[in-house]
Ligand binder design. Structure first.
Ligand code: AMP
Length: 212
């Protein structure tokens, strides 16, 4: 968990490689639907472009389908989910129906002041969802994804006028969920202003301790 731009997607992809965990990212799933022009994508896009949460009915349908599609014997790494108390309750239900539970909640902490600079310089690959930062984590070839050569784009919700709304939603709806997990003793916090590699080492150490 963590505010927009804290590095959740970047670290989730790195942990997929190190721990064979399967990332479940509603944001990526939604962007794929938008890209494919499905009716679900069309419904979601107006919320995304406004920096608002997409309705639970859509999110839960996507997440449940993804849990059923993925390999049940490997772990899941939720990225950007749950984002509200009602989603947290629904996640508990989805997991208990599958005899699974939450091993730990990693919180990537980042001050609001650092977020704007990160998001305005973020570019993403529309094909594989890998994200880059033009200064701190640039692609090897300008404008192209290292993994598949696809032209990088700026997310429509990384515009300055939407970022403020996303931060407001984070503080109002998502921060209480972090508190809920903190009371259960599940939260491990990391300073996300550090270099990607430093954060990666710390996330890996936490995961190593709580998974094995
Ligand atoms: P992300 O890629 O995680 O930053 O998500 C991008 C956008 O997708 C968010 O600003 C929301 O509009 C939508 N979204 C992603 N995850 C969720 C979620 N768990 N609940 C509701 N909306 C979501």
């Amino acid at each position: 968990m963590g505010p927009p731009g804290a590095g959740k997607g970047t670290q989730a992809q790195l942990m997929e490689e190190s721990f064979r965990l399967q990332p479940v990212s509603p944001g990526d799933l939604l962007r794929r639907e938008v890209h494919q022009g499905t009716s679900l994508g069309r419904q979601a896009q107006e919320f995304m472009d406004a920096g608002q949460l997409v309705p639970d009915s859509i999110i839960l349908r996507l997440v449940a389908a993804e849990l059923d599609r993925l390999e049940p014997s490997r772990g899941f790494l939720f990225d950007g989910f749950p984002r509200s108390s009602s989603q947290a309750a629904q996640l508990d239900k989805l997991l208990s129906e599958r005899s699974r539970g939450i091993a730990c909640v990693i919180l990537l902490e980042l001050e609001d002041a650092a977020i704007l600079g990160r998001l305005s310089l973020r570019r993403v690959c529309p094909a594989c969802a890998r994200s880059y930062h033009l200064e701190q984590n640039p692609p090897r070839v300008e404008g192209q994804c290292d993994d598949d050569g696809t032209s990088l784009i700026q997310r429509s919700d990384d515009r300055e006028e939407v970022i403020g709304k996303r931060l407001e939603v984070y503080h109002q709806s998502t921060a209480p969920v972090v508190e809920h997990y903190r009371q259960q003793g599940l939260v491990r916090a990391i300073d996300a202003s550090q270099a990607i590699e430093t954060v990666r080492e710390q996330v890996a150490e936490i995961l190593g301790a709580c998974l094995f």
